[in-house]
Write a protein that binds this ligand. Structure first.
Ligand code: DGL
Length: 264
């Protein structure tokens, strides 16, 4: 039993989608969230910049005495997770491993991945999938505009529909596509639009949903879970002049009422 909080890190509002899922499966846990809104978007940055920014985020959460850190960002997971795991003596998990485990369990072979430009450039999803499922066909699609649109709250308007339609063109042409991984944590905000556009039996995979169950197991196995039910939530941003509150409050309601400024 450990009452310390879980730290969640993202560049913006995408990690809030993961936060919501974590609440469902880990209702007793205290949570400290850090959104690096000052440096958003991560998706268009170099690996070196992403590693540096992720290190700062992790150090901030460690300074808040968290017991485990969730990198709720596909871009940071794909390019910085391995590096930060070597540097810090605290459990750190990202969004890729648990999702690939799930894909393997479901025996999917024909898999699409939508993610940021940086994540796709890193080939992290493809490499992890092929390690677990050597005969898989992985089709990548970089979607530069989606995370900024999600931050803006443009998740179900006409522009969102047209943009998603354009990004899905190639993926829709794949005959036996079985699963589509939303490889950026901002993308589940577009899930309804994506579902409507795909109009078939492709399973749309939300990494936060899978990660939150993996986190629960991880906490229990390490005896790090909190048994008391009186959780406290704190949300820090590196810049509060953003649209974050509007989008995040649709997912978490009052929890986003008091945003704090993180000086990192
Ligand atoms: N939520 C992020 C991800 O999962 C980052 C989007 C961005 O900062 O570009 O990749």
């Amino acid at each position: 039993m450990d009452k310390r909080a879980i730290g969640i890190f993202d560049s913006g509002v995408g990690g809030i989608v993961v936060f919501k899922e974590i609440l469902k499966n880990n209702p007793n846990e205290n949570i400290i969230y850090l959104g690096d809104t000052r440096s958003f978007p991560y998706g268009s940055k170099s690996k070196e910049s992403i590693v540096e920014l992720t290190k700062k985020g992790i150090e901030f959460l460690i300074s808040k005495n968290v017991k485990e850190i969730v990198i709720a960002c596909g871009t940071a997971t794909s390019q910085a997770l391995d590096e930060v795991k070597k540097l810090y003596d605290i459990p750190i998990i990202g969004i890729i491993n648990s999702t690939v485990e799930y894909v393997k369990q479901k025996k999917f072979k024909n898999i699409g991945v939508m993610a940021t430009v940086g994540t796709i450039r890193s080939d992290a999803w493809k490499n992890s999938i092929l390690k677990q499922i050597p005969n898989a066909n992985v089709t990548n699609k970089a979607c530069a505009l989606l995370a900024p649109m999600a931050e803006e709250g443009w998740i179900d308007n006409e522009i969102a529909v047209l943009t998603i339609r354009e990004y899905l063109k190639e993926l829709k042409e794949i005959k036996d596509l079985e699963a589509l991984i939303l490889g950026c944590t901002h993308y589940p905000l577009f899930k309804n639009v994506i579902e409507n556009e795909l109009k078939n039996n492709v399973e749309i995979i939300d990494t936060g949903e899978i990660l939150s169950k993996a986190l629960r197991k991880d906490l229990l196995s390490k005896n790090l879970d909190n048994k008391e039910l009186n959780p406290n939530y704190q949300i820090y941003l590196t810049d509060t002049e953003t649209n974050f509150k509007n989008v995040a409050s649709k997912l978490l309601g009052n929890i986003v009422e008091n945003l704090k400024l993180a000086k990192i």
